[in-house]
Structure formats: C-alpha cells, structure tokens
Ligand binder design. Structure first.
Ligand code: BJW
Ligand code: ZN
Length: 243
C-alpha cells in the first residue's frame, strides 16, 4: 500500500498509542533554515566533505568555522514553524512518544518537544579538539577562530560529521523507540544519510505503519504505507485535525 491519503494518516495518528518520529532538515525549511541538498542547499559551492568531515576541518578549520558561525547567526533569527509546533502538540496527546531528529538547530525543543534525541548533535555546543571539554555556547557570537579556554586548542562544533560515530546512547534510544512504536513518521529528510536512513526499515520490520511527509520522493518512499507529498508545516497541522 502506498498512497497520498491524508484522511487515513489522520485516523492512524488519532488511534496510535505509541509514535516515533524521525525528522530532517526539511522540517525547519519553513522557518527559513536552508536544507543541505538541492541547488540552494547549505553546502552549495563546497563539498559536504570539506565542511562536514574531520578531514575537512583538519585541512581548513577557518572555512569550516566560517560556515558554522554563519549558520549559528541565521538560527538566532528564526523561530519554530507550525510543523515543529504540531509535533510538540502530538507529544502531549500520545501516551508513548519519541522524536528523533537529525537536525542540530534545537527548534524542536524551542517548540516545546521534550522527548527528543539528537542523532547528529547540536550546533550550540562546542568541543575541544585536544582535551575534549564540552562548552555550551548557545546564542553566543563566537570568534572566527574559537579556542578552548583551558588548553587553547581549536574548538569544534558539537555536531556529528561524516565518518564519525553517532552518540551511542542517542542511537540506542532511537533504535529502541523505533522498534517499539506502532506508528513511525518520517518527516523532511532525504533519507540517504546512515544510520538514520535505516530507521524506517527497522520500524517496518517491527510491524509499525510508516508515514512519510516530504514534497519529494525519497529512497524511503517505497516502504512507506502512506506518503504525503507536501510541506510539513502545512500537512502536520492538518493531520492533527487543525484546518
Ligand atoms: C521538506 C520541506 C518541507 C524540503 N517540509 N520536507 C551505510 C551505507 C552507506 C554509507 C554509510 C553507511 N553507514 C555510514 C555511512 C557513511 C555516512 C553516510 O550515510 N553516507 C551517505 C551520504 C552515503 N554516514 C556517516 O558517516 C555517519 N556516521 C556513521 O555511520 O558512523 C559509523 C561509520 C563511519 C564510517 C563508515 C561506516 C560507519 C555520520 C553521518 C553524519 C551526518 N552529518 C550531517 C552534518 C551534521 C552537522 C551539521 O548540521 O552541519 O548531518 S550531513 C547532513 O545530512 C546533516 C543532516 O542531519 C543529514 C541528513 O540530511 P537531511 O536532514 O535528510 O537533509 P537533506 O537536505 O538531505 O533533505 C531535506 C529533505 O527535506 C528533502 O528530502 C526535501 O525534499 C525535504 N523538504 N522542504 C518537508 N517544507
Ligand atoms: Zn581544551
């Protein structure tokens, strides 16, 4: 079964007692945060490995920090959109609810979501490349060359780059939530970055219904029971019964 059935999605959601959600950059697009891939994507003009890998950082930390500082500045100006708010409301309605996000922007938490797992870290924390101390630098303007205050080595963004392990506890929780849910929502992700991309298959193997929300088809579309083509900021409020 694979169709664009808003009514059935609404019914599944109204009945479900255990829901797990996986979100990607698309869920923040309507807040004005660019997604990664596509012609206008975040790494247009540079390769993903230059900006989001340990080798890229080792080669040119100035360039990587310039990109992250620009993104941090953009995030200071944006607010959660109706999609984020709908997911926070869903959490209040459903007895067992978990939100797994690949996003580093903390907009789910700003919208009021509580049970959130950040698979790829977050952009507000920074970590020392030498002594590994972690510092919360939420909403702080960082220098062009951020250095550790105890050992003066380079700081790096507290995110997960290509080739790096995901935080083990976060991944374990994400997998456990995915295995136990009756309904799995896959929202605003191109579903090509692993291991997040594998979660929809785990949900399916555990007999959950899978609903995808995305304006475009993705590699996960074929395993979705329902695939809703459109923007999450418009569709999520509708499947919750608003408008
Ligand atoms: C809308 C919308 C609207 C638009 N409403 N929707 C197995 C097989 C093959 C490769 C691998 C594998 N296992 C591991 C790998 C390697 C690699 C990987 O997956 N590579 C693939 C790309 C091939 N994975 C890793 O390296 C991971 N580490 C790991 O697995 O460690 C163990 C290991 C290491 C080495 C070898 C083997 C094992 C780490 C991945 C870290 C990803 N990091 C980034 C950067 C984070 C920091 C930062 O923000 O700067 O995470 S990359 C980037 O992609 C970011 C995102 O979280 C992630 C996913 O992107 P997302 O969110 O899906 O965004 P987009 O832009 O791709 O898509 C947006 C979607 O929204 C689109 O579909 C639009 O249509 C849609 N949209 N508007 C709803 N309004
Ligand atoms: Zn240090």
């Amino acid at each position: 079964m694979r169709h664009n059935d808003l009514t059935e999605a609404r019914e599944l959601l109204a009945r479900a007692r255990s829901v797990t959600v996986l979100t990607g950059a698309g869920v923040s697009a309507e807040s004005g945060v660019p997604t990664f891939r596509g012609s206008d994507g975040l790494w247009k003009g540079s390769s993903a490995l230059e900006l989001a890998s340990p080798d890229g950082f080792a080669r040119n930390p100035h360039k990587v920090w310039e990109w992250y500082n620009l993104r941090r500045r953009t995030l200071l100006r944006v607010r959660p959109n109706p999609g984020h708010l709908a997911l926070a409301e869903l959490e209040r309605r459903v007895p067992e609810f978990g939100l797994i996000t690949q996003n580093v922007d903390r907009l789910h938490q700003a919208a009021g979501s509580k049970n959130v797992v950040e698979l790829h870290g977050n952009i507000w924390e920074v970590r020392c490349t030498a002594c590994h101390a972690v510092f919360d630098r939420t909403a702080v303007e960082l220098p062009a060359e951020p250095r550790c205050e105890s050992c003066l080595a380079w700081l790096r963004p507290g995110v997960v780059w290509f080739g790096e392990m995901l935080p083990p506890a976060a991944l374990q929780t994400a997998e456990a939530w995915t295995e136990r849910c009756e309904l799995f929502l896959l929202i605003g992700t191109s579903a090509i970055v692993w291991p997040a991309a594998g979660l929809a298959s785990i949900a399916k193997e555990s007999c959950a219904k899978v609903i995808e929300i995305n304006p475009e088809e993705t590699p996960a579309t074929e395993l979705a029971d329902i695939s809703l083509r459109g923007k999450s900021g418009e569709l999520l409020p509708r499947i919750l019964g608003h408008a």
